[in-house]
Design a protein around this ligand. Sequence first.
Ligand SMILES: [Zn+2]
Length: 84
Amino acid sequence: MIESICPNCGLKKVFDDDKVGKKFKCPTCGTIVLIEKIDVQSSMEKEIKLEVDTSSYKSDEKKFHLRNNIILGVIILILSICKQ
Ligand SMILES: [Zn+2]
């Protein structure tokens, strides 16, 4: 299956593989769009990269929370020493 995106309004349309190289008229804005196989591959790569980005962000968030807990522990330790 080939996924083609209208460059004018961003509408996604799915076609069979044998429609590659042919054109379709966008039902929303009327733009003539060429059905290309390359577009599908690049859009899939973008989605994979996006998944990697969000997972690395989550691990960074965990590290941040861990650091906060360590700082809090040090503060409690200092306070308990001062009381003595
Ligand atoms: Zn369109």
